[in-house]
Design a protein around this ligand. Structure first.
Ligand SMILES: [Zn+2]
Length: 337
């Protein structure tokens, strides 16, 4: 539920909007100034009032250039930057070459890799998504315990919340590579867990849940490296290793588990399951929250066959050292490593 603004906050907001707009500030800048002055207010509230009181701001932007053209300009900008040109020189050169004026902030964002027409939220298609082990890894993680959702402001977010630093770093690296930008910075939550998320409508489209297997097959099964990337991501996210060496993973989506099983099979790694692990309507105790919940869904589990653990180690393995070491300890004990 949205909180009503107190008259005092509202007055401060309207005043800040008036002076801010006169100075040509964006709502984001105005929000930052308000926060600096100790006014507790959400960004979306400032955005709402900004466009409500100054609707002409909405019309200020010109129509978007067609994607193909934006991509062409983007490539040109990157090339010119690579030749050592500054933002202003790039702007001038683009005007000469294409008779199009790009804003300096667009050029700067493109050069700093924080935005690109290849991955912007305005691009609805997945045609520019190239198969790669990194993309497959991202798919594995998000299909596992990660998320893909649409925010109320229309932005599309994919991300994951995890315990291990090595895991979040790898996820972030892969996301950065896939989206052709700098890796998003992990942030730490109060309970110590690490979160990485990034905006991408394209990834959201293939990863919203329940996962549509048809949308991911061409990326996952592109080649052996991609299959390995997918499985590694999935097992980093959902896999467990016991002291006795057994590796298993849970999920409520039986079709997804069957798919994981199939890909493991293509690499020659046999599994048992999926078998039902807990039925819905049973109680679940969440240690972190200190609460008990009623499960909403059946949960299934697959096991890696003990005889194929070495193969799993060689072909998939874990990025998470905590899990990888446990697996290696077991294999060593059995004289397999
Ligand atoms: Zn591949």
């Amino acid at each position: 539920m949205k909180k009503r603004l107190s008259p005092e906050v509202k007055e401060k907001l309207l005043e800040a909007l008036k002076t801010g707009v006169e100075k040509g500030y964006s709502y984001y800048m105005i929000w930052k100034i308000l926060r600096k002055n100790g006014v507790e207010i959400s960004k979306s509230t400032v955005e709402h009032y900004y466009y409500k009181n100054f609707p002409e701001k909405l019309k200020k932007r010109g129509p978007y250039l067609p994607r193909e053209l934006r991509i062409k300009l983007y490539d040109e900008v990157k090339k010119l930057r690579g030749e050592g040109l500054g933002y202003r020189k790039i702007k001038k050169k683009i005007e000469e070459l294409y008779n199009i004026s790009l804003s300096l902030s667009t050029i700067s964002r493109w050069c700093r890799n924080t935005r690109s027409p290849y991955n912007g939220r305005r691009i609805p298609s997945i045609e520019f998504l190239e198969p790669s082990p990194e993309l497959a890894y991202v798919i594995g993680v998000v299909a596992g315990d990660g998320w893909a959702f649409k925010k109320r402001n229309g932005r599309h977010i994919v991300g994951a919340r995890v315990k291990d630093e090595d895991f979040i770093e790898e996820f972030s690296r892969c996301l950065g590579k896939v989206l052709n930008r700098d890796p998003p910075k992990p942030r730490q939550e109060k309970d110590g867990r690490l979160v990485v998320s990034a905006e991408s409508k394209t990834l959201y489209e293939i990863l919203q849940k329940p996962i549509d297997i048809d949308k991911i097959t061409s990326f996952v099964e592109h080649c052996k490296e991609c299959m390995r990337g997918f499985l590694r991501g999935f097992f980093d996210s959902e896999g467990c290793v016991r002291k006795d060496g057994s590796i298993y993973c849970f999920n409520a989506d039986i079709q997804l588990l069957q798919y994981v099983k199939r890909i493991l099979g293509l690499l020659g790694i046999r599994t048992t399951g999926p078998k039902i692990y807990t039925k819905k309507e049973t109680l679940l105790f969440n240690e972190r929250m200190g609460k008990t919940y009623l499960r909403k869904k059946d949960v299934y589990r697959i096991y890696i066959r003990m005889r194929d653990l070495l193969k799993f180690h060689q072909l998939v393995g874990f990025t998470i050292q905590r899990k990888q070491k446990r697996l290696e300890e077991y294999l060593r004990k059995r004289g397999l490593l």
